[in-house]
Design a protein around this ligand. Structure first.
Ligand code: ZN
Length: 361
């Protein structure tokens, strides 16, 4: 019998304009434009797009897609548990925790002894609202690089929450309004507040409640959340209000008593971004890996080759090459930075249809 070596992933995993295509399996990962068959890594709008025929994802991601996309969430939906291997036309597909948002997954692909991992969006620090990223060995590791520059080193979450609570203590007459993305950041921020001992109600903008309800339906504890219109003036003094990033500096927040405007985003590291958005209290809390998390992960997965899908690709490719890892930038389009479109007026974050449409309440 003749030995044939496993085929290199570049012969069967192809970056096409619509997304990464697994040729022998006949499916895309996070495609746009509507595909016959799609594997979806997580529910953010730049990854979970409408109009696919068959969708494979975690049950949490499928629930998020149904809540956000309705009829467009996929004609046929197939749920996979973390770690469950599913054969798709001879390709082994296993979803593994990515630590990004509820339901987020890396996709391990196995074909004829060759292994590739498409990580989607991920982070490595603990998040009380989703299971941690699980590194697995592979021949090719496909990674994002949203914060792929050495200047991006996110501080500790607990420290950023402590800064918020310190400001609340310092200005007991003012309302703190914190901008958060509806999926992931919002629930993580609430959970971090609870862990820091904040047991008062958290006041909510209407655009954030549906995802909080969905998280709770999967057993994530968020404590008491109340709709903002129910708040009295006395309750708002020294209170914490959460709203979508697009709302924190507009008419909606100006109704609040002497608001302190905060925003939780990895981009708050860039002072100019905070300033241009009228943010008084920038909080550097990100659901994406920072430079150290990205480079540590390359070591953890021990792949001899890495492909960088989007973000600041050049620096990570250069770093990998210096470590003797073969690296290439895929320069895939259609993925937003975390809040990458936040400079556009009225836009709140990646794929937040309710927030983009101006139906703010
Ligand atoms: Zn994402």
């Amino acid at each position: 019998m003749r030995f044939s070596p496993p085929p290199h992933p570049e012969t069967w995993l192809r970056p096409l304009p619509r997304g990464l295509y697994v040729e022998p399996g006949g499916f895309f990962i996070d495609p746009h434009g509507g595909a016959d068959r799609a594997v979806i890594t997580h529910g953010h709008g730049d990854h979970a797009r409408p109009g696919h025929g068959h969708v494979l994802a975690t049950k949490e991601t499928l629930a998020i897609m149904r809540a956000r996309l309705g009829e467009g969430s996929g004609a046929v939906q197939q749920a996979a548990a973390y770690g469950e291997r599913i054969e798709v036309n001879g390709v082994g597909v296993t979803l593994l925790p990515a630590g990004h948002v509820l339901g987020s997954a890396q996709v391990l692909l196995e074909w004829r002894g060759s292994r590739a991992v498409v990580s989607g969006d991920y982070k490595r620090r603990p998040d009380p609202t989703c299971p941690p990223f699980e590194p697995v060995a592979c021949d090719v590791f496909v990674t994002e690089a949203t914060f792929g520059l050495p200047v991006f080193r996110h501080p500790s979450d607990a420290g950023e929450i402590a800064r918020l609570l310190h400001s609340v203590a310092l200005f007991p007459e003012r309302t703190h309004v914190v901008g958060v993305y509806a999926l992931g950041k919002c629930q993580r921020l609430i959970a971090l507040l609870r862990a820091a001992g904040w047991d008062r109600p958290v006041w909510m903008h209407g655009a954030l409640t549906a995802m909080c309800d969905l998280y709770r339906s999967f057993g994530i504890e968020l404590g008491e959340l109340r709709p903002l219109p129910q708040a009295s003036k006395a309750e708002l003094a020294g209170g914490i209000v959460l709203g979508p990033p697009g709302a924190i500096a507009d008419r909606w927040s100006r109704r609040l008593p002497d608001p302190v405007v905060a925003l939780a985003s990895g981009w708050m590291r860039v002072k100019q971004r905070a300033k241009s958005r009228g943010v008084e209290l920038p909080m550097v809390i990100s659901d994406h890996a920072d430079w150290d998390e990205l480079t540590d992960t390359l070591g953890d997965v021990a792949a001899p080759e890495v492909w960088v899908t989007h973000g600041r690709e050049e620096a990570l490719v250069h770093h990998a090459t210096l470590r003797g890892i073969r690296a290439r930038a895929l320069s895939m389009v259609g993925f937003e930075d975390e809040g990458g479109n936040e400079d556009a007026p009225g836009e709140a974050g990646p794929g937040e249809p309710a927030e983009r449409s101006g139906r703010l309440s």
